[in-house]
Design a protein around this ligand. Sequence first.
Ligand SMILES: C[S@@+](CC[C@H](N)C(=O)[O-])C[C@H]1O[C@@H](n2cnc3c(N)ncnc32)[C@H](O)[C@@H]1O
Length: 267
Amino acid sequence: MILELLEYVTTPCSWTARKLGYLNGQIGIKVRHRQCRRAWKTHLEKTRQVIRAAILDCPRRRKAVVLGSGLLLDVPLADLAATFDEVVLVDVVHPISVYLTKLWYRNVRLVRADVTQTAAELAKVAHNPALPLPHAVPQLFCDDPDVDYVVSVNLLSQLPYVPTYYLEKTTRNENEVEAYARDLIDRHLDYLQRLPGVVTLITDIEKLKIDNHGNIVERFDILYGATLPWQTIEWTWEHIPLKHVSSDFAYHRHVCAVQNVKSAATK
Ligand SMILES: C[S@@+](CC[C@H](N)C(=O)[O-])C[C@H]1O[C@@H](n2cnc3c(N)ncnc32)[C@H](O)[C@@H]1O
């Protein structure tokens, strides 16, 4: 608790990211990972494997961009840094551990940015229901001719997570909040197709409630009704094992990966 408080105070972070709750969210992921390290291992390794396979497909290897780099739990940074001239890690908040990791690599750069490009506007208008919620038009790196590889790494389902939690504390109505959340998802999927280079998507699409016999008893759509148009590689992430929040239920995530969204077969 004291360590988390210290991290909250010392992490370099924009006022908007603090206000909306992105920094808290990331510290929460770190704590959950510490508690569920063994259960998360397979998911993290499968994610790294998809990225390693994708970078072999890149005909040119100048700049790689990692969207949602976070704590780098699922990012094979050493492979990326050895393969590309430059690796750009993008996240709305970079934890202090990543600033330290970066010191080992001469070709790794950190960009602190909101990939939806709506957070700053959201922080301004959220409490004034007379003003519309922002519309996402992500552009970051779309015009960068040096980009040969982009990966959106366990980010898509997280895009609405912090904003909707923040909006729940306002007087915004549910339909409006859900439409905003869906827009963030749809616009990110569209953005991935507009980015240069080989583009990989790895994301959880559903939360699964599992009883203590291992049966799925409930499924929760975490993409607000959006579906991935591509054929995907799929696996289950044991996100919250039995006895962590309940002795009766575990919570898993259904994860999908597309090695290259531009050449992937559609469903
Ligand atoms: C589930 S984590 C992804 C796992 C991450 N690669 C790791 O190893 O920690 C989601 C990450 O997305 C970031 N994120 C959430 N919304 C974002 C946004 N709008 N723009 C950029 N990053 C965002 C969070 O800060 C968090 O680090």
